[in-house]
Ligand binder design. Structure first.
Ligand code: SF4
Length: 457
């Protein structure tokens, strides 16, 4: 396609849910220019790799994939290769120097410039930059029953281990009316569940509405049966927000509330701006007002200076809170963050041992909490057939528990069914059909993403 206007594009996405949403934004921008998405890089005039910088390993995977693309690009004359996302922002021209066959490196706040950079037209580049919220751009949402909607971008928290504030810039919120317009469009397309997304979603404020206000507005959109949100910072989870969840049946009682450590000393070094006891009191308040709530968390083990005693504090917090699920990560240095100045002094084998110990503990707790569902009746949003086991279907409770069941006739994705839970493992509930509720809403099936965090799937 040398010298010709590109007509097709391919996007591969690494990293978090925000990146997946951004890929839908980029697809929306390119489709607006008349390009069509294809499913392989070989068939594409423009190949975009949406990258993640949150861990060293994520960047290494991207660099490896770029090398795989190199011969494909050489074989397809005129193909343009763009690296977008956090890694493009972090490395910029250094990336182009290291991989000269890459044509563009475009950070997360400059996607409106893509049409111009790809020679397609002007786009809306004058709106691009640090204040970018992609207001007025309609993402090309992947088909399914549940959609993500970014309501704010960036982060001001500067947790000492985290690269996000450096690659995604200062926190900014999208006007509530723009969020509502996107949610209404989603409902019209047949989506029944929306997940409001932000790096620090509960500090949302558009000048008029805080996050609790926004949740309530979204919960009232006709056709939206469930509203979820991620990710919450414990210091910003207000009583008003707890009340909103408690008082609205279609706001799902699941809160992902990263604690990161149970040691005050380490929390301070992480710049998390809450203490162990403040976190525990918050959990108490949430459970007092929303008794059925499911709580999940993120934990980092082996942060610089974490002693065995600090780790024991984390272990005891996990015992005390009894999370429904926890995602445990080994600390790894990100250059440019404040923690990179600290000595990474916990030996790798010790980090692995702490991670495995916490995972074993959490698995027992998850199993106990899931077993408490056995005998209960729950409402489940059907996501589609279990592709590994014909005849089985997969859905989710409002508490984000995955439920597997075997109906006598196929059930369409988007239907709500009542199931009696008959069995449980640490990760899955098994149910029997009681009665279907309401007409099926959409016929398409949800893609299960094997790389997603369990609460994102
Ligand atoms: S709250 Fe902390 S961990 Fe989360 S994105 Fe912001 S700086 Fe990173």
């Amino acid at each position: 396609m040398t010298g010709q206007r590109p007509t097709t594009f391919y996007i591969r996405t690494y990293g978090c849910q925000m990146n997946k949403y951004d890929s839908e934004i980029v697809a929306g921008i390119l489709e607006e220019q008349g390009l069509r998405e294809v499913s392989t890089p070989e068939a594409a005039d423009v190949v975009l790799i949406n990258t993640c910088s949150v861990r060293e390993h994520a960047e290494q995977r991207v660099l490896g994939y770029l090398e795989q693309l190199r011969p494909l690009k050489a074989a397809r004359a005129g193909q343009r290769l763009a690296v977008i996302g956090c890694m493009a922002e972090r490395l910029g021209s250094r990336l182009l120097e290291a991989k000269p066959f890459v044509d563009l490196a475009v950070g997360p706040d400059r996607y409106r410039e893509l049409p111009r950079l790809l020679g397609l037209g002007d786009g809306n580049a004058e709106l691009s930059g640090e204040a970018e919220t992609y207001e007025g751009i309609w993402p090309s949402h992947r088909k399914g029953v549940s959609a993500w909607v970014a309501v704010m971008r960036g982060c001001d928290n500067f947790c000492s281990y985290c690269i996000v504030p450096y690659v995604r810039g200062r926190e900014r919120s999208r006007p509530a009316e723009s969020v509502l317009e996107e949610v209404r469009r989603l409902a019209a397309e047949g989506f029944v569940e929306v997940n409001l997304l932000g790096q620090n979603v509960n500090s949302y404020h558009d000048g008029r509405h805080d996050f609790a206000d926004l949740l309530l507005l979204v919960a009232d959109v006709e056709g939206i049966r469930r509203v979820r949100f991620a990710t919450s910072h414990p210091k910003d989870l207000s009583e008003k927000l707890i009340e909103a969840i408690a008082s609205h049946p279609n706001i799902c009682p699941h809160i992902h509330l990263p604690v990161q450590s149970g040691s005050d000393r380490i929390l301070e070094r992480m710049n998390r701006r809450y203490t162990r006891s403040q976190y525990l009191r918050l959990v108490e308040r949430i459970r007092a007002r929303i008794p059925e709530v499911a709580l999940t968390t993120d934990i980092i083990v082996g942060f610089p200076g974490e002693t065995r005693e600090d780790f024991e504090q984390t272990r005891s917090l996990v015992e005390e809170v009894q999370f429904d699920g926890a995602f445990v990560f080994r600390y790894s240095v990100r250059q440019g963050t404040a923690a990179a100045q600290l000595e990474d002094d916990v030996p790798e084998l010790e980090k692995i041992a702490r991670l495995e110990e916490l995972n074993r503990l959490q698995k027992k707790i998850s199993l106990r909490r899931n077993r408490a569902y056995v005998g209960r009746k729950v409402e489940v949003l059907v996501e589609g057939p279990n592709r590994k086991r014909p005849g089985q279907f997969v859905g989710r409770t409002d508490t984000n528990k995955i439920v597997v069941f075997s109906p006598s006739v196929p059930i369409e994705a988007g239907s709500f069914v009542r199931l009696r839970i008959v069995e449980a493992t640490a990760h899955t509930l098994f149910g029997e059909l009681e009665a279907e509720q309401g007409p099926p809403r959409v016929a398409c099936l949800t893609e299960q993403n094997p790389d997603a965090q369990p609460w994102e799937r």
